[in-house]
Structure formats: structure tokens, C-alpha cells
Design a protein around this ligand. Structure first.
Ligand code: C5P
Length: 230
């Protein structure tokens, strides 16, 4: 890394902890770019379900999956802090947000060849004036040189409750105990995989968001940014 490499802030943590929302808010305040790394695993999952409908991930060839990840024709359109994701020109922003794709993404994300295939694409997001990156391994693997690494956590019950509220507000029927169970399963898979497991980087600052709202978490992150970054 040279001195002229733009700065990167990493926000890692488990599913449903609010990383995406905080990432957008912080990037907007700083006027920096964002990387929603989970979306790359979700888009890969979507493409895999299109190419191999109804086939379980563990029945598929890992080299083939890595090839799909490497060749995704994806573009991100950032407009005033809002993000639109296009796959082969089709807007798939909403399509990748369901729990089925999330679960498939976490299975695909456990495959080392897929992670390797997405590495260069993630690093290419780091351009001036800077990047706020959210995911599971931003601080541990993708951007070990980051100026600030934050690990957000909250209990599975609290994360499920937030998700439940979001779904209800959208008029979508949801079952709270099923959401807790889905989160536990995804945490378990993300934390216990061999390659790039979800864990705080040794130099990460941990923020427990269980009793904080979005504004309070954003303010805490911005305090750290002003102490350490800008
Ligand atoms: O963050 P999001 O829920 O969109 O991520 C979907 C899945 O992609 C996660 O459950 C995780 O398995 C995987 N992921 C990952 N590494 C990242 C981001 C996401 O393994 N940096």
C-alpha cells in the first residue's frame, strides 16, 4: 500500500445488526463511497439460482460457482446515498433482499474459491475520497489496512425484533421465533466457516447496538471517525 491509497472504514458484524443503514449514513456524512459486500454474495446466490434452479448449493461444482462469482455483470448506481444494483442491466435491488437469497448467499460465502473470486472486485471499490465498507471480513481480510475498523453486535433476539418490525411496516407477514432461528443459523454458518469467518479484527472497536437506535450508533461511529480519521 502506498501513502496515496484512499482511506477505508470497515463496519463488520452479524446479519441484521444494521451495518448497511449505518454504512449509508456514515458515507453520506463523509461524502465517501460505499461497499455493501454482502450484496455481492447475494447477487452470486441469485445468479446461481437462475443458472441452477432447485439445485442445492452443496451439489454444485465449486469451480463453477467461483466462475459465476467472477463473471457477474453487476453495476452499482449510487444516488445521494441510495443504492441501486443492476445485474445484466436488470434492477435486482429488492430481489436479493429476501431470507431465501440470504441463506443461499451464506452457504455460497463459505466456499473459499468464491471468496477469492470476489476479492479483487471488492478492493476495486476503494477509490478517492474514501470508502465505507460493510460485511463480515472487511477488517480481517479485504481491507486489513483500514484506518478504522468497527464491529457492530446485538443479540439475535434484538436483531430479529428489528427485522420483524421492518417487515411488519412493509405489510409483510413474519414470525418472530422463525426469524430468531434463521439468524442463529446464519450466525452459526458465518462464524464457524473455515475461510474468513465472522469475527472482530484484533484492532476493531466493538459497539453493542442492542440498546441504541440508528442515530445513536451513527453518532458513535462519527465520533470515532473524527478522532481517528478526518
Ligand atoms: O450482509 P448480508 O446479509 O447481505 O450478507 C449475506 C451473506 O453473505 C452473509 O450471511 C454472509 O454469509 C455473506 N457475507 C460474507 N462476507 C461478507 C459479506 C457477506 O461472507 N463480507
Amino acid at each position: 500500500m502506498t501513502k496515496t491509497t484512499p482511506p477505508v472504514i470497515c463496519l463488520d458484524g452479524p446479519s441484521g445488526v444494521g451495518k448497511g443503514t449505518i454504512c449509508l449514513a456514515v458515507a453520506k456524512k463523509l461524502g465517501w463511497h460505499i461497499l455493501d459486500s454482502g450484496s455481492l454474495y447475494r447477487i452470486t446466490a441469485l445468479q446461481v439460482s437462475r443458472d441452477f434452479p432447485d439445485q442445492p448449493v452443496d451439489s454444485l461444482d465449486t469451480a463453477k460457482l467461483a466462475e459465476i462469482a467472477k463473471n457477474l455483470n453487476v453495476t452499482y448506481e449510487e444516488n445521494n446515498g441510495e443504492l441501486a444494483i443492476l445485474l445484466d442491466g436488470e434492477d435486482i435491488t429488492q430481489q436479493i433482499r429476501n431470507e431465501q437469497i440470504g441463506a443461499k448467499a451464506s452457504q455460497i460465502a463459505a466456499i473459499p474459491e468464491v471468496r477469492e473470486a470476489l476479492l479483487a472486485r471488492q478492493r476495486a471499490f476503494l477509490v478517492a475520497p474514501g470508502l465505507v465498507a460493510d460485511g463480515r471480513d472487511m477488517g480481517t481480510v479485504v481491507f486489513p489496512q483500514a484506518v478504522l475498523k468497527i464491529y457492530l453486535t446485538a443479540t439475535p433476539q434484538e436483531r430479529a425484533q428489528r427485522r420483524y418490525k421492518q417487515l411488519k411496516e412493509k405489510g409483510i407477514d413474519a414470525n418472530l421465533s422463525a426469524l430468531v432461528e434463521e439468524l442463529r443459523l446464519r450466525d452459526d454458518r458465518d462464524m464457524n466457516r473455515k475461510t474468513a469467518p465472522l469475527k472482530p479484527a484484533s484492532d476493531a472497536i466493538i459497539i453493542d447496538t442492542s440498546s441504541l437506535n440508528i442515530e445513536q450508533v451513527t453518532n458513535k461511529v462519527m465520533q470515532l471517525v473524527s478522532q481517528r480519521v478526518v
